[in-house]
Every structure is written in structure tokens, then in C-alpha cells.
Design a protein around this ligand. Structure first.
Ligand code: PLZ
Length: 452
């Protein structure tokens, strides 16, 4: 038991759902009204609760409500909130030093994280890594590296893609609102190709056929010889948990290899055990030239990386990559502890167990409700897409209503999708079976209330 700021004993966060007040409760509402006058309104929050503390798969709010977290802060707390080894590693590192800047006075933690990245990412070729603070920054740097190494400028991305909110990554992101609206002009030399989206593609279209459609468009409209890289999320995150048809990714990767195009997998949301493998490309046997990672890699501390073929990475001149905070020592310590937890608890297997428990529940809900047009995802990255049954017209209002009903009952779920009509689950991989069951029951009841 630790002490709070008044010196009173603090109760450990229980691993169960507790509804102490209505949600959001009075203290959360008070903070929401302070926020109105202090925080830019362009920054929004999907739940109305303000957090007091969190552990494992439970977030406790300032009113004492304990919410089951099926969102992990958008796929970040993969090892659970306040994972004890992460807490210990961070505490020790904070006491030793918090910052020197790796570009000024380097330290072991940065090197050790890059060594781990070489081990856990697919392919046994020689690799290098560079560390950054956010996913968007990693994506920006992957594009810089691909352009430098190929001497080409064009970048291919896909429909429904999400790669970040900075200027280059806004251009790479597909969806206008809320990410890009009135924020232009955008970076040039970005070309968008059709994604494999089994629910909405012509019936029976294979992954290879979807890849040919994309490759043909890029060949005709851009020219393979102008492309520095093809950048793709192996399972799309913000765009709606779109899982491409089998064969799509390998066909794209082999076209890239044939034409000297750098194949970049954006594993920022899918990476680090989330989908039941260390990385989602492994399900398709694809070894990317470069990979971007962030989110789950550091147990909640901000850390991101570009990892890839040594010849491409080392093409960049010394001093060409960097940033004040990239690979911060506290974030590196957290990452080493989080990766250790993933190994020790075999979290890829835990993600597969979560799928085994949750997918049948979601599928049986889909049988009861024809508005659930699709159940998809892999491992602990699962979603339902809500649409009008025959036309497949997206139903964003229903997805929002389901999410709100869950929040009110103390379960955090998130929405996503180009049309905002997808409800997604991203639980911490350490979630207990009972807690997940309870979260799924609440979700099922919310769906029943909203869809009737
Ligand atoms: N690439 C695949 O999922 C971040 C964004 C939430 P940053 N996804 C959550 C929001 O609305 O801002 C993401 C991602 C993929 C890149 C990013 C960007 O990562 O750490 O948010 O910059």
C-alpha cells in the first residue's frame, strides 16, 4: 500500500469493475468544467472520466469508479497498467538520470532497446534501429530513410490508412475529418492506392487480386521507378481494423522487392504481441525492409522506433537522424522491462487466448444482430463493423451509442473506422478471463440496447 498526497493509505486498484457513482461522476464533471476553460477544444476525449490511478486491466477514476479497460489507451498498455517491472525500471532510471540527449552523451538503455528490436522483429538479416518519441515521428523518419536510400521521392499509402497527425503523416493518413480538415497544405509526392477490404471489396476477391489492383494503379499513375516506399499497416488501426485478404501483403512485398521499393510495415498499433504474434506481418510470412513501432513497446512511456535493413538505415549520413528526446532513458528502461514481461508471460499466446474467448462472443452477437456486418481482427485486436444489413451503409451513430453505453457501465471500448462505425477492442494482454468475460457481457448488453 502506498500513500496519497494527504498521507492517507492508498487502496490498491482492485481487478474488478466497481460503479461507485454515475459515470462520469461529480469529480470528473468538475474537472471537465475546469478543462473547458484551460484545455484547447481541439483536443477531445472519448470517455468522460478523469483517471486517478490504474493497474492491470482496470482504470480507477477520481470518483472511485473502476472501469474495465478494453482500449489500453489505444493499444499502449499491452503489459497492463502499472506493470510492476515497468514501474520498478522507470523508478530506478528516474533516480539515476532522466535525460542527457543520446546525441550528446549516449547511454546503454538506448543501445539495449535497439538490440532487442533486432531480435524481436522478423528476419535474421542485419538490422539497425533509431528511436523517437511518437508513432508519427517514427513514420516521418522511415520515409526520410527510404527516400535517402533510394534517391526517389514518391510514397505509396492506402485507403483507410492512418499514420499520424504531423504534416507529412497527415498527408499519409486517408481520412479527412477530424485529422486533416482545414490543416493543409499537405506534403507532396504521396499517392494513395486501394486497400484490400474484404467486407467491401467485390465478393470473392482474393488478396492477390486486391494487390494487383493496387499495383496496377501505382504502376500506371506513379511508376514503380519513382516510388521510394510502400507504407502499410498490416492490419489497419484507426481506419477500422481492416484485415487484408490473405496474400495481399506478400504480393505487395514481392512487387516492392522486384522494383527496389522499400516496403515499410507500420506496426505502431499491431506490434509487440497485440495480434497474437510479435508483429502482424508474421501471420503472412512477410519480412519488411523497414518497420515502425511505438505504443505497446514501452509500457505506456512515449517511445517509438524505426527498425530495418542495415544497408538502408546506414545509408543516412551521421547526424541525419535524431531529436532532443528520442530514446529518452526513462522510456528505454520502461521498454526493456515491458519486452521482458512480454517474453516471460508469453503475451503473444495471451493475445491468442483473448481472441479465443472474445471472437465467439462477438460472432454470436453478429448472428443475433444483422447490423453487425463484420467481426474481424486478430489476437487482442478485434472489432465489429456496424452497417445497414443490405446496403452496408455505415452506422456511426450506432457505434458511438454502443461505446457510450459501455462507458456508462464502466467498460472502456473505442470506436474507429473511416466512417466511425466500428467498435474495437484492444484489452491489455494481462487481462484476466473473468474480467474480459464481464467486459464482453457489458458490450453485449450495450449492443442489445442500441440495436434492439
Ligand atoms: N501509425 C498505425 O495507429 C496512432 C492515434 C489516435 P502517434 N494511432 C492512434 C489519434 O487520434 O491521434 C498511430 C497508428 C499507426 C501511426 C500512429 C501515430 O502514432 O504516437 O499517435 O504519433
Amino acid at each position: 500500500m502506498t500513500q496519497d498526497d494527504t498521507g492517507a493509505a492508498r487502496v490498491p486498484v482492485p481487478q474488478r469493475r466497481i460503479l461507485a457513482t454515475e459515470i462520469p461522476g461529480p469529480r470528473s464533471k468538475e474537472l471537465a468544467s475546469r478543462r473547458e476553460r484551460a484545455v484547447a477544444h481541439g483536443v477531445s476525449s472519448s470517455t468522460g472520466v478523469y483517471v486517478d490511478d490504474a493497474a492491470g486491466a482496470i482504470v480507477r477514476d477520481v470518483d472511485g469508479n473502476c472501469l474495465i479497460d478494453l482500449g489500453s489507451g489505444i493499444a499502449v498498455t499491452t503489459v497492463g497498467h502499472a506493470d510492476p517491472p515497468v514501474v520498478q525500471a522507470v523508478s530506478e532510471q528516474v533516480a539515476r538520470f532522466t535525460h542527457t540527449c543520446f546525441m550528446v552523451a549516449p547511454y546503454e538503455g538506448y543501445v539495449a532497446v535497439c538490440e532487442e528490436l533486432a531480435k524481436v522483429t522478423p528476419g535474421d538479416h542485419e538490422k539497425r534501429s533509431a528511436l523517437f518519441n511518437s508513432g508519427a515521428e517514427a513514420v516521418e523518419n522511415a520515409v526520410k530513410i527510404a527516400r535517402h536510400a533510394t534517391g526517389r521521392q514518391a510514397v505509396a499509402v492506402f485507403d483507410h490508412a492512418y499514420h499520424g497527425r504531423t504534416n507529412l503523416t497527415m498527408a499519409l493518413t486517408a481520412k479527412n475529418f477530424p485529422y486533416k480538415d482545414h490543416f493543409g497544405p499537405f506534403a507532396s509526392e504521396i499517392y494513395r492506392a486501394p486497400m484490400s477490404y474484404p467486407l467491401r471489396d467485390p465478393e470473392g476477391m482474393t488478396g492477390e487480386e486486391a494487390a494487383s489492383r493496387a499495383i496496377d494503379q501505382l504502376s500506371v499513375q506513379v511508376g514503380a521507378g519513382n516510388l521510394a516506399c510502400v507504407l502499410i499497416e498490416p492490419i489497419q488501426g484507426e481506419g477500422g481494423f481492416v484485415v487484408p485478404a490473405p496474400g495481399f501483403l506478400p504480393a505487395l512485398a514481392s512487387w516492392c522487392a522486384d522494383h527496389g521499393i522499400v516496403f515499410i510495415a507500420d506496426e505502431i498499433q499491431t506490434g509487440f504481441a497485440r495480434t497474437g504474434a510479435w508483429f502482424a506481418v508474421e501471420h503472412e510470412g512477410v519480412v519488411p525492409d523497414l518497420m515502425t513501432t511505438a505504443k505497446g513497446m514501452a509500457g505506456g512511456m512515449p517511445l517509438a522506433a524505426v527498425t530495418g535493413r542495415a544497408d538502408l538505415m546506414d545509408d543516412v549520413h551521421p547526424g541525419g537522424l535524431g531529436g532532443t528526446y528520442g530514446g529518452n532513458p526513462v522510456a528505454c528502461a520502461a521498454s526493456l522491462a515491458a519486452i521482458r514481461t512480454m517474453r516471460e508471460l508469453d503475451l503473444p499466446a495471451a493475445a491468442r487466448r483473448i481472441e479465443g474467448q472474445a471472437r465467439p462472443r462477438l460472432e454470436s452477437l453478429a448472428k443475433q444482430h444483422p447490423e453487425i456486418a463484420d467481426v474481424r481482427g486478430r489476437g487482442a485486436m478485434l472489432a465489429i463493423e456496424l452497417a445497414e444489413p443490405t446496403s452496408l451503409r455505415p452506422d456511426a451513430a450506432a457505434a458511438q451509442a454502443v461505446a457510450h453505453a459501455c462507458h456508462a457501465q464502466g467498460v472502456i471500448v473505442l470506436t474507429c473506422g473511416t466512417w466511425g462505425n466500428v467498435v474495437r477492442l484492444l484489452p491489455p494482454l494481462v487481462i484476466g478471463e473473468d474480467l474480459l468475460e464481464e467486459g464482453l457481457e457489458v458490450l453485449g448488453a450495450a449492443i442489445g440496447d442500441v440495436l434492439g
